[in-house]
Design a protein around this ligand. Sequence first.
Ligand SMILES: [Zn+2]
Length: 187
Amino acid sequence: MPMKLIRHRGNNHATHTAIGPFGRQEFIWGPFNDPAGNDLVEVPDWLLENGKFREALRKGVYSIEVDSSVAAEQLQFQSDFHQKRQAAADAAVISTIDTSTNRDMIAIPCIGPGARAGVACGINLIVAAKAKDDTVPLCDTHAHLRNHLVQVPTERNDPITGKEIMTWRKVTVAQATSNPDDIHQSS
Ligand SMILES: [Zn+2]
């Protein structure tokens, strides 16, 4: 079917409904200079025979795009614009997935004893955010303390995951050795 490119020159979206050989058909234009390029729409030649549409053409609401190179460029632009928007939407979805799977790496300070009493070692350990509660955060120097630490709940919930935040507590020497008889009796 022969087609014509029609540019809309109004400031808002425009809709034109007309009866063609295949029944009622609706054509929709974006505003003039639409960033998506939708002010230019390809229409079948029969629409130009439609009385109301001819009147709109005469009033300058629409114009026929005669320069075929401009027309081809515009159609390419519309296609590129659509693809870019699709790519941006895809990227947004991917970043959402990345967040929800919590694949990010985070830094956790070593909780081993530091240089001064009462201060932790604090060397940063890089771990996967979702695995941060799986192992005791200890640097290589303090890794041997692993068996002296137990994981205890903090009774606070992570605002993002809703899970209870866990922390590591030292099994103190006092508890373990002050009453060795108790341990023997209970075992
Ligand atoms: Zn350390």
